[in-house]
Ligand binder design. Structure first.
Ligand SMILES: NC(=O)c1ccc[n+]([C@@H]2O[C@H](COP(=O)([O-])OP(=O)(O)OC[C@H]3O[C@@H](n4cnc5c(N)ncnc54)[C@H](O)[C@@H]3O)[C@@H](O)[C@H]2O)c1
Length: 245
């Protein structure tokens, strides 16, 4: 029970990797705040979570790219639990277009959620977390290697690694650790709704597709005291996909 008595906030927690991470933290004793903008999906996610572990569960409808909503959400967590120990910046989205069709609005939509949303929660975490706090940013293999038609996503996920390093530097003085996970292909709606996966343009062998629980286990490690000396790092969780020539 690495998270007994701790309070964990997970963004993008209505499904996929976020919900799997929330379940993992709950199984290990945490009370968990589920943050998502999908108000229809959150109640089912919370109901699924309630069977896990002894802690409490809180649902928060929030657009992670809107600073005031992020501040309000974290304020509600502090009001209910009086502490915040872990933040997992997991909410994310992709836009699929070739460069010549992308607009500034497309770029801003992706950056606002995948990068600036993580910054807003990092800022709130720095304002409210105590010594021993941990932030885990869910980036992507696209931060390192990418493909056609996803330029804003690849750029946002690469910049999230940079934010991870900056926050780790400033977090050290506060006793807060900040690390990133780079998942490969993971069995969630985001993967199977990817038009390039659907069309076969992005080929995936079965052994290259991981489960949300695989990522959740790595997130929980980085957030735990076992990773007390792990600061500012990026951990690939891709089944070895990026190792191949
Ligand atoms: N599935 C993969 O293959 C894969 C690979 C690498 C990285 N990732 C990353 O993992 C994270 C989770 O992805 P997933 O596969 O579970 O996807 P998903 O689409 O199943 O879940 C994403 C969640 O984020 C929420 N969300 C999106 N925009 C939001 C916003 N503005 N405010 C609040 N919530 C918002 C969605 O409602 C959804 O519940 C994402 O950051 C994604 O980029 C996924």
């Amino acid at each position: 029970m690495r998270f007994s008595g701790k309070v964990v906030l997970v963004t993008g927690a209505a499904g996929g990797i976020g919900l799997a991470a929330a379940m993992r933290f709950a199984d290990e004793g945490a009370s968990v705040a589920l943050v998502d903008h999908d108000a229809l999906a959150l109640p089912a996610a919370a109901a699924a979570l309630r069977g896990h572990g002894p802690g409490e569960c809180m649902e928060l409808v929030c657009e992670v790219g809107v600073e005031q909503q992020v501040a309000t959400a974290v304020g509600q967590v502090m009001a209910r639990f009086g502490r915040l120990d872990v933040v997992v910046n997991n909410a994310g989205l992709m836009v699929f277009k070739p460069l010549e069709e992308l607009t500034g609005a497309d770029w801003m939509q992706v950056l606002q959620v995948d990068l600036i949303g993580a910054f807003f929660f990092t800022k709130q975490a720095f304002l409210h977390m105590g010594v021993g706090g941990a932030i885990v940013n869910v980036s992507s293999v696209h931060a390192l290697e990418t493909e056609q038609n996803v330029a804003p996503y690849a750029a946002a996920k690469a910049a999230l690694l940079s934010l991870t390093r900056s926050a780790a530097i400033e977090g050290t003085a506060r006793g807060i650790r900040v690390n990133a996970i780079l998942p490969g292909a993971i069995d969630t709606p985001m993967l199977w709704n990817n038009p390039q996966v659907k069309s076969g343009a992005e080929r995936l062998d079965a052994h290259e597709v991981g489960k949300p629980a695989d990522v959740a286990a790595a997130i929980a490690f980085l957030a735990s005291g076992e990773a007390a000396f792990v600061q500012g790092t990026s951990l690939l969780v891709d089944g070895g996909r990026l190792c191949r020539l």
